[in-house]
Write a protein that binds this ligand. Sequence first.
Ligand code: FES
Length: 121
Amino acid sequence: MVRQPVGSVHVAGPVERFEPGTVTAFREGKFYLVRLADGGFLALHRQCTHLGCTVPWIAEQERFACPCHASEFDVHGEVLSPPAPRPLDLFPVRIENGIVKVDTGVPVKRATFEPSQVVRA
Ligand code: FES
């Protein structure tokens, strides 16, 4: 059994607090909670997969744009422009009694975005 670090679960809030088609930054937890247009959730680590800079969300351009070496990622965290070698890492999301919770203990690396990564209420 893999033990989770104590205190790694971050309570983001009730599902209805997050409108579909929005990205909400959680500075403390170092993640973005994405609510996709179809209502699904993804929690993206805010750290660039190139050399680890913090990646801001640029709402007008609907992308994450790294200030360090110009990598860009889409709303699913997929790489739009290198040098980032892989999508933004994920944090596991779960929804309990209508409350969105994100486990920020260990970022999950992935090679690509897959629909199965999306968590639905
Ligand atoms: S650290 Fe983000 S592009 Fe290099």
